[in-house]
Design a protein around this ligand. Structure first.
Ligand SMILES: [Zn+2]
Length: 137
């Protein structure tokens, strides 16, 4: 039952997928589902073929196209694009983390001596206060 709902959702994505209108996450889900679900893949093939039929039938080019092969190529291209996008975002995150570490490192090297000398002053101050107070009384 839940599976049927997933299929319905995926089949609604067929049109946007063919029109290249799916977001990255949607198209990742869609392609993953198409790989596993015979029924949805068949729906996609049908829509794809109809798409090409409408576009090329008039020009008589239909027989020169390996439509299934084209669809396979398209799905693979989509997967590659997603993988590339994932690699890019991983690289971006690594960049951000490296930058953050560098910035934190710079901040620490500037702030630590300052903090340390303040603590020393404070410590010295309170020792002087305690010993000074003892001497005066
Ligand atoms: Zn399905």
């Amino acid at each position: 039952m839940a599976e049927k709902q997933i299929c319905q959702r995926m089949q609604k994505m067929i049109r946007p997928y063919l029109d290249d209108e799916l977001s990255g996450r949607d198209s990742a889900q869609f392609i993953a589902h198409i790989r596993e679900c015979e029924e949805c893949r068949h729906e996609l093939e049908t829509s794809f073929i109809v798409d090409y039929a409408v576009r090329y039938l008039d020009e008589g080019k239909m027989d020169s196209f390996d439509i299934k092969g084209m669809l396979d190529a398209r799905i693979e291209e989509g997967e590659k694009r997603l993988a590339r996008r994932q690699t890019l975002s991983v690289l971006l995150w690594i960049g951000i983390i490296v930058m953050a570490v560098i910035i934190v490192g710079i901040l620490i090297s500037f702030l630590l001596p300052e903090l340390f000398s303040r603590l020393t002053d404070l410590f010295r101050g309170s020792i002087e206060y305690i010993s000074g107070g003892a001497v005066h009384e």
